[in-house]
Design a protein around this ligand. Structure first.
Ligand SMILES: [Zn+2]
Length: 470
């Protein structure tokens, strides 16, 4: 912490210099820098970025789920690009591949939820992801079948060990009860009444407190294979209209059938890392990192898959194009530039976390511009998203104003900047906070991408590099 403070002072000094530089105190340099930027910018090819998005969202990558063969193919595609354009593979990185192990999820069959009557007639079958999804978490059942009568929990006090009606039931928990509780509170009641078969929890898609988007294929924080308890309880999230139907079914003494077959396995997967080493003997030990995540959430086991164009083929395409532009223009930056495509972001920022614990650069001398969901057709400002303020964000704000890019700021930890910030680097995710256009669904195709905007973001990053590294 103390040595970091020192670092902040020296960065602050260079910012004052850089700020005076770009605000025109030094006219010659300013013109030079503008000329260099114009030259670099002339190389930006929107077509390259839209081709990358088309490639990564095509059926052969099937949603790039970490741990899948398709995810590996997507990683190979990026590594191949790094090689072709002439990036270097950093020290201790194996041919652009930074291998690491993580828990991965595989869905073997499409999950099922059906109501049935006392003669075992199926009354209604609900649709996975449209109406419900399974929560995969430690201590839960994620594999197998449950068929049991339902019990509607009308108030929190129903959840007590002396309530015999909970036994061997599927509990329907409305949002009024659920919102007052933590997941761990449910563990308490499950420990007291171990015969409870499943928790079906209402999630209101229209309530911003409960929901920002569609239904999620996979949760963050993949539990470890050993923490799963398939003798335990299913936990299912269910949209409000479906939930009300189930409540009515429960009142008619109907039962619920649930089936899921997930597999959790620890696998070796890879971040893709390339670099342009700095040309200045001193400054080469400072790093500008351009990062993104290339993984997504896979297929839906119903003939559809989640292409992940906005999330995050968009950011990946910009990162790859910026790397190509710098090499094509034979730019020799004074500082080193690192390009990273993280894996395992959707599973809880796993790839960036592994990277941050084993970085090929000194993170205290690194600024990371991370790209996650950019260039949507949503007219939203570019959000500078981070866990804390930094000089990096101040610089980017100045540069965005220069280039007339509408921008705002948001605090949070839902993308890979978090891993870098946690380990002492400065990091920000450039993102458009759009969870409506197709987030985590088959609708996330190139049709929701504004390809011209990709060019603006690539230029913005090149502008930063021009001012900070050349
Ligand atoms: Zn995502």
């Amino acid at each position: 912490m103390k040595s970091m403070n020192k670092k902040v002072v020296s960065i602050a000094t260079s910012i004052i210099l850089a700020a005076s530089f770009i605000t025109g105190c030094n006219k010659t340099n300013n013109q030079d820098s503008q000329a260099v930027f114009n030259n670099i910018k002339s190389e930006t090819k929107i077509e390259n970025m839209s081709n990358t998005i088309k490639e990564l969202t095509s059926e052969k990558y099937e949603g790039r789920l970490t741990g899948s063969l398709e995810n590996k193919m997507a990683g190979d595609f990026i590594a191949e690009h790094f090689k072709k354009i002439g990036l270097q593979s950093p020290k201790d990185i194996n041919d652009f591949m930074q291998y690491y192990k993580q828990n991965t999820i595989k869905m073997k069959n499409r999950p099922l939820m059906k109501t049935f009557d006392s003669s075992n007639n199926i009354l209604k079958e609900y649709q996975f992801l449209d109406n419900f999804y399974f929560t995969l978490a430690a201590h839960r059942k994620i594999n197998g079948v449950v068929a049991a009568p339902m019990y509607y929990v009308s108030k929190e006090s129903d959840l007590n060990k002396d309530n015999k009606e909970l036994e061997n039931r599927v509990l329907l928990i409305p949002k009024e009860v659920y919102l007052n509780k933590n997941i761990s509170d449910f563990d308490n009641i499950l420990n007291l009444v171990p015969s409870i078969k499943a928790l079906v929890i209402e999630r209101d898609k229209n309530d911003p407190k409960q929901f920002e988007a569609g239904y999620f294929m996979n949760p963050v924080n993949v539990p470890s294979p050993t923490s799963i308890n398939n003798d335990g309880t299913f936990m299912v999230m269910c949209d409000s209209p479906t939930f009300l139907e189930l409540k009515a079914s429960a009142e008619k003494e109907q039962s619920l059938y649930l089936e899921a077959s997930y597999e959790i396995e620890t696998k070796e997967v890879a971040n893709i890392v390339g670099m342009i080493p700095g040309s200045d003997p001193k400054l080469k030990d400072e790093y500008i990192m351009i990062s993104c995540h290339y993984d997504h959430i896979g297929n839906n086991m119903n003939g559809t898959y989640n292409p992940g164009a906005f999330d995050n083929a968009s950011g990946t395409s910009v990162m790859m194009e910026v790397a190509r532009i710098l090499k094509a223009k034979d730019i020799k930056p004074k500082k080193s530039i690192i390009f990273v495509a993280f894996n395992g972001e959707e599973n809880g920022l796993i790839g960036s976390n592994k990277f941050a614990f084993n970085p090929p650069c000194d993170l205290s001398k690194t600024v990371d511009i991370n790209l996650d969901m950019v260039a949507g057709k949503n007219d939203l400002p570019l959000t500078f998203y981070s866990t804390k303020d930094s000089d990096l964000i101040n610089d980017l704000s100045v540069y965005a104003d220069k280039l007339k890019i509408a921008h705002d700021k948001k605090t949070g930890n839902r993308s890979d900047h978090t891993s870098i910030e946690d380990m002492g680097g400065q990091a920000v995710t450039l993102t458009e906070w759009d969870m409506k256009s197709g987030y985590h669904s088959p609708k996330d195709t190139i049709d929701i991408i504004d390809t011209k905007e990709l060019g603006k973001i690539a230029d913005f990053i090149c502008y930063y590099i021009t001012n900070k590294a050349l």
